[in-house]
Ligand binder design. Structure first.
Ligand code: GDP
Ligand code: MG
Length: 246
């Protein structure tokens, strides 16, 4: 029977990204009573689940980017011989479990998962793409719930939105008191999670002297730059520069 495990030899070559996306979260989160279009509790639960992944999964992502119900994790190394089946099962399973704990959910949730092969030079382009999606999602979510609140049905709302330009959605939302250029940065630009070195000062009792050691801590950046800007490009360059090509 072992020979029937025909996908078990499928492998990838780092670096690569893994993107997981909540399955049917629209309904799942509605029934959980989260605020629309954005609920900070949900964003915290997502970011904290990713942070838990960095700390507890035994895997070693370079960094991660999350918005809405999706997370992209970037890897340059992976145990299990880089096997696709392992990568695409362990990662979404870990985050589903972590999110269930964070939100104290009573019903199970799941994430789908895909692997994106990226050369070191492609990572920046990939992030530009996901951050553009973050922005599009932000505009359309505010538009969607603004129209829905004004009394349209879900179907009518979806149809109207399809025919509206981004500038028209901005105007509509603005008339209802929300300026889409001034919403919280995490809603517009997403959240970055990465490790950062910092120096820790301790005291060596034996030698009676101060000792400095390099430690890593995990940063959740809720105010990431727009990756298209110089500041954004530099941040990504710094994170990607950890990749040593083998
Ligand atoms: N209420 C609420 N819903 C959210 C929030 N963040 C993401 N979502 C929902 O998650 C969905 C994610 O989109 P998508 O993956 O395409 O839809 P899915 O197939 O239902 O998971 C959005 O349509 C939102 O309805 C939030 O902060 N609050
Ligand atoms: Mg989803």
């Amino acid at each position: 029977m072992k020979e029937r495990e025909i996908y078990s030899h499928l492998k990838v070559f780092p670096p690569f990204a893994v993107r997981i996306d909540g399955r049917g979260f629209r309904r799942a989160l509605d029934s959980f009573g989260l605020l629309k279009p954005y609920d900070e509790r949900f964003a915290h639960a997502m970011a904290d689940s990713v942070e838990l992944f960095f700390k507890e999964s035994g895997l070693n992502p370079l960094f991660a980017f999350t918005f809405s119900d999706e997370v992209s994790l970037f890897f340059n190394e992976m145990p299990y011989n880089n096997r696709v089946e392992k990568i695409d099962s362990i990662i979404p399973a870990f985050v589903s479990s972590a999110l269930t704990i964070q939100l104290r959910l009573e019903k199970p949730v799941s994430f789908d998962s895909r692997i994106i092969l990226l050369g070191k030079e492609d990572i920046y382009k990939y992030l530009l793409w996901r951050q553009a999606e973050t922005w599009r999602n932000h505009v359309s979510s505010y538009g969607y719930y603004t129209l829905l609140k004004s009394g349209m049905s879900e179907n009518e709302t979806a149809m109207s939105l399809k025919n509206m330009k981004a500038s028209q959605i901005h105007e509509l939302v603005f008339q209802h008191g929300i300026n889409l250029a001034e919403t919280p940065v995490w809603q517009r630009c997403g959240i970055m999670i990465y490790r950062e070195s910092h120096e820790k000062t301790g005291f060596n009792q034996l030698k009676q002297e101060e000792v400095k050691t390099q430690r890593k801590r995990i940063i959740q950046d809720w105010n990431p730059p727009i990756f298209k800007t110089e500041e954004g490009r530099k941040l990504i360059e710094r994170l990607v520069s950890q990749i040593v090509l083998k």
